[in-house]
Design a protein around this ligand. Sequence first.
Ligand SMILES: [Zn+2]
Length: 359
Amino acid sequence: MMDPNNCGRPAPGLRAFRKDFRGKAITVRGPVEPAALGRVLMHEHLHSDCYDWERQALVTEERPISAERRALLMGEAVPFLRRCNEHGCHAYVDVTPAPWRAWPTFMAEAAAAAELHIVACTGFYCEMNDGEYWVKKPEDKIWPLVREAPVEQLADLCIREIVEGMHGTGIRAGAIKLGGRNAELSELEKKAFRAGARAQRATGVHITTHCTQQGAETGQLALLDSEGVDLGRCVIGHTAGQLMDPGTRQTCLEWMRRGANFLPTNLKINRERGPEEWRPLVEAVHEVFAAGLGAHLGFGLDWAFVSESGPFGPCKFMPPPPYLYMFTEALPAFRKLGLTAAEEEAIMRANPQRIIPVQ
Ligand SMILES: [Zn+2]
């Protein structure tokens, strides 16, 4: 654990890390040049195993993957990740934080099999509300470590996972996931954000957040700003709603002028009604580009193999095909609504290639 009295003194290896990896994207198969990422899905999950429904228990520890779980993901996730290459997409950011991620060596195995780069996350998920998904008792609202550990220890965990690797494997996290459940951050979420902010400043990787509620973007960015984080290193996730609402959109534009990046996700096209409900998002994208802020957008699907609402398996909240849906359904529908080739290219390629590498 980092000695709180030594705060500010670089962890062992930190200086060499920043020197060796500056300008490189940290993937589970090692550092790569930004151009190798191609187009990038900025918010996906290979394995988000938060709850053990058989034992009725929160997952609080990461373990090597089981044979059964491995077979499921190699059969149902990897082939679709692999096909993303056909669309110029060679990378995705895996935004599952500890302790619900795939075991690091499996992430590397999946990346090799899919011939795709995976940028893994360290960091902490948000504090759930009573009764949401798996939460039947208050202690299951957040990873117990976030409740129990001081901010220095949480920051140190993130730094070690980025600089040295996860679980002693030498496989590094290349981004920091943070989250807020509601419009205002809870006290525990604020502690997690402070820890993530310190790890960001120490390592130079980017922060990516869970931010579904209107107004939450301001709370998250204000806290990160107060901790001295360069807002250009922050990606505020699940923010399609904020951008589509004309009022909140102005708030987002203000934050973009200060450097922050916004990431619409869950771009599900309704089978019967078609893509029309997404027109306001495409119009918001035009407005962002017209304001000269087009460098501050990314897209993700939030496709997941997950156990939040039942035993681990493919998510129900996004339609098949996993991950590939961005290229076969979402982007073609947005193009019909007027998203331009130049906008799409900036959002999918140039912006991620600028945001992901260590700075
Ligand atoms: Zn997600």
